[in-house]
Design a protein around this ligand. Structure first.
Ligand code: FDA
Length: 309
């Protein structure tokens, strides 16, 4: 019911206009989205980097069903990488890319288009002195995304992957990807997935996260521990101590605007702490669809407005 309501909100232009112009929206959006323009996102990046945090920038937009839009998204990333390079920010900031935004879902040769666009972005990132991480979307795209990752890594082994702890397959995917030089972001997973492929309740997802985390932290790669969950942060710290992992051999990641004080605390304790920074004018669909995909996200965003802890 709530999901249907939110999804219909995401499609209604009238509600979009009302929400976009409501004063409360602006403060909520400003809390979670670093700005509409690339320049605003770069300014937010500079602030975070100067505060000792790392950044991964995400240009909002997904589910591109039009070749031109896929090319425009690629070009926007190329421009962002140029700006980051010009501003001297590439040692602290990388980019995150959704393959669906660069053409993966186009009928026919979508995977090829997405691969070519992602290759162009990886080449620009390398020239600017930074890296790309491929976000992970719903489970119907996992095989395709990992196949594209494999091809990209042939030329750009520094390209980061994302695995979602709620998927039954993820522990095995972690074993495949826990090799030297392999950057892997582990998150719980943000999409509504069926029981046939994913754990459903929070306790099961949390246990699956710990199993996957143990594989990544015990492996040879570079784990990127993406969670706001204090228990999982503490378990990561404990595992790192027990496994003798150096602080520069893994990192924590959290979303822009979520638990900013905790982000600062971890950075000031000498941990690498990367903030995922979305920007762009597609914020309405981003926020509303995130809430619709998983009602827990509604509470997640509302809680964030109430606390900075
Ligand atoms: P969860 O939402 O279960 O919260 C656990 C606990 O954390 C809470 O009980 C509370 O203690 C604390 N907490 C959480 N939110 C809080 C808040 N706002 N304020 C105070 N405390 C709070 N997903 C995906 O499918 N594909 C992807 O590519 C990515 N990428 C990604 C990158 C990064 C950097 C992050 C942090 C997350 C993603 N995600 C993602 C989203 C991810 O899958 C997940 O939906 C959210 O991170 C929420 O899960 P948590 O691990 O934070 O735990």
């Amino acid at each position: 019911m709530l999901r249907r309501l939110l999804l219909s909100m995401s499609r209604s232009e009238r509600i979009r206009h009302l929400v976009e112009t409501a004063p409360v929206s602006r403060s909520v959006v400003a809390r979670f989205v670093a700005g509409v323009s690339a320049e605003e996102a770069v300014a937010a990046t500079r602030e975070l980097v100067e505060a000792g945090l790392l950044v991964s920038l995400d240009r909002l937009g997904e589910d591109t069903l039009d070749l031109r839009q896929a090319t425009d998204t690629r070009d926007a990333y190329l421009r962002m990488l140029q700006l980051l390079g010009d501003e001297g920010l590439t040692s602290g900031a990388e980019v995150s890319v959704k393959l669906s935004a660069v053409g993966q879902a186009l009928p026919g040769d979508g995977e090829k288009v997405a691969l070519e666009n992602a290759q162009a972005i990886c080449a620009a990132a390398r020239a600017a002195g930074t890296t790309v991480t491929l976000d992970m979307e719903d489970h119907t795209t996992t095989d395709s995304t990992l196949a594209i990752l494999g091809k990209l890594r042939a030329d750009f082994p520094e390209t980061g992957a994302v695995l979602q702890a709620y998927l039954h397959r993820t522990e095995a995917d972690c074993r495949d990807l826990a090799h030297a030089g392999s950057r892997v972001r582990l998150c719980k997973g943000a999409y509504k997935e069926p029981e046939s492929v994913a754990f459903q309740g929070k306790p099961d997802v949390d246990k699956a996260y710990v199993r996957a985390l143990k594989v990544l932290m015990g492996g040879e790669g570079y784990p990127m521990v993406a969670t706001h969950d204090p228990r999982l942060v503490a378990i990561t710290e404990d595992l790192a101590r027990r496994l003798g992992r150096a602080p520069d051999s893994y990192e924590f990641q959290m979303l822009y605007g979520i638990r900013p004080n905790e982000q600062q605390r971890l950075a000031s304790q000498g941990y690498q702490m990367r903030v995922y920074v979305p920007y762009g004018d597609e914020w309405y669909g981003y926020l509303v669809r995130r809430m619709a995909e998983r009602p827990a996200n509604l509470a997640f965003f509302l809680r964030s407005v109430a606390t900075k802890g």
